[in-house]
Design a protein around this ligand. Structure first.
Ligand code: AMP
Ligand code: GLY
Length: 430
């Protein structure tokens, strides 16, 4: 059997996936499409310059390279049906089908599914007409959360504090087309309160296996201040996600979701990411993602002792019951370094120093928004989230200190970083 696997994507999550797959004794060659300078340098990995959006070229390359398994990282190609296209071309692929990925691709569809299967979630109404949405708002006692239904690169949710803000959000999405076709439909969802936790599971269409829970830091600045981001850091273990909670989420969310998807003819294979809010009425789903989280992957995969390829193939083949993922009983922390303009604007490329120094201290540095300069010698920060520095240690406090010490070694102009990742939780003095 071929020992080449392909990873689709170019972020920190995909660097972590490629790094973990390269450790499999069954894998000699990890082809990352298009990858980044981190995956280009990773032992056993190489990049192939094809855009994530060029599904035809990805399928052709997977056939050409006689790839054993393709692992699709981001949501866009999953929702666009890359897994179906690969399987039709005779290439095994890990990830949900187009039909199953609509759990993330359409929040309206997801909400209807959750309600249909009595899976705990907030009440919501969906609208295509701004007039109808505004009339509904006028009748609300509490300000609802405004959500564009389609994929909006993580920006489609507006948690408004006043009715005027919610009205403005509705108009900007449905009238001004702020999110293009992703905003053709809007959800007005009951605002929930409580701590948030993400629970991820490997799924094979019927069975699932919950991963160690990672908590992320969504706000840009220390103390949960500043704008929402894709995630400025993450850590495991999370004090809110104890074993009892994970069992409850498995029972109340994963079981009915997998059963419901199978019953509706769209069995869910791949990673299911349940974004949960822990309300006084129990955990409720605020979103499903059809993929690994970023930066959660950068803390979870370094804890995996088992062969990741074996787990992915078992999921794809409906045989998850035959493998038991083994996890290290340790803590992990990842600290993200982002470019100057993140999350609002792009930044000019600037050189990065200190990546090797951080790794010499025992951290693992995953690349995301990096590139090479014209000499192809200097690693540059090219915008967005640039690097994620991960440390694994016996305690959360030790992992936090190690990850922050690694991140301290890395510098580039305008770097933004939180210095409180995992520290408040770990009760470590800053
Ligand atoms: P999402 O893009 O769905 O992850 O939403 C982004 C953020 O909006 C979440 O992480 C929550 O903090 C917040 N959010 C989403 N839905 C709700 C809700 N129903 N009530 C309160 N906050 C929400
Ligand atoms: N860290 C949040 C996400 O991957 O959606």
């Amino acid at each position: 059997m071929s020992s080449t696997v392909m990873v689709v994507g170019n972020g920190g999550r995909e660097h972590a996936l490629a790094w973990a797959l390269a450790k499999s004794p069954q894998v000699d060659d990890v082809v990352v499409v298009p990858g980044n300078p981190g995956t280009a340098n990773e032992p056993g990995c190489r990049n192939l310059p094809i855009a994530v959006s060029d599904l035809d070229a990805i399928v052709a390359a997977a056939v050409d390279h006689q790839v054993r398994l393709v692992v699709v990282g981001p949501e866009d190609p999953l929702v666009a049906g890359l897994v179906d296209r690969l399987e039709q071309a005779g290439v095994a692929a890990f990830g949900p089908s187009e039909a199953a990925a609509q759990l993330e691709g359409s929040k309206a569809h997801c909400k209807a599914f959750l309600l249909r299967h009595q899976i705990p979630t907030g009440a919501a109404a969906t609208f295509r007409s701004a007039d109808e949405a505004l009339a509904y708002l006028a009748g609300c006692d509490e300000v609802p959360v405004v959500k564009a239904s389609g994929l909006a690169a993580g920006k489609g949710v507006i948690v408004a504090d006043t009715m005027a803000e919610a009205q403005a959000a509705v108009v900007s999405i449905l009238v001004d087309g702020r999110f293009g076709s992703a905003g053709a439909e809007v959800l007005l969802e009951e605002r929930l309160h409580g701590p948030e936790v993400s629970v991820l599971g490997f799924c094979d269409g019927e069975q699932f296996s919950i991963m160690p829970a990672a908590q992320d830091h969504k706000r840009l600045r220390n103390g949960d201040q500043g704008p929402n981001t894709g995630g400025m850091g993450a850590f495991h273990p999370s004090p809110v996600a104890d074993q009892e909670l994970l069992e409850q989420v498995a029972r109340e969310v994963f079981e009915p979701t997998l059963a419901g998807m199978a019953a509706e003819g769209r069995p869910y294979r791949g990673v299911l990411y349940a974004g949960m809010m822990l309300t006084s009425d129990g955990p409720k789903v605020i979103e499903f993602n059809c993929r690994f989280g970023d930066p959660e992957t950068q803390v979870v995969l370094p804890l995996l002792e088992s062969d990741l390829l074996e787990i992915f193939e078992a999921c794809r083949n409906g045989e998850l019951a035959t493998v038991t993922p083994v996890w290290r009983n340790e803590a992990a922390v990842t600290v993200v370094l982002a470019s100057a303009g993140y999350p609002e604007t792009k930044s000019e490329p600037v050189p990065i120093v200190g990546i090797d120094a951080a790794e010499q201290q025992g951290t693992k540095v995953f690349h995301a928004g990096t590139g090479l300069d014209d000499t192809r010698e200097v690693v540059m920060a090219t915008g967005g989230r640039v690097l994620a520095v991960t440390a694994v240690a016996p305690s959360l406090a030790q992992a936090a200190e190690a990850a922050h010490a690694g991140a301290d070694r890395i510098q580039f102009d305008g770097a933004q970083r939180r210095t409180d990742v995992a520290r408040e939780t770990a009760k470590v003095k800053q």
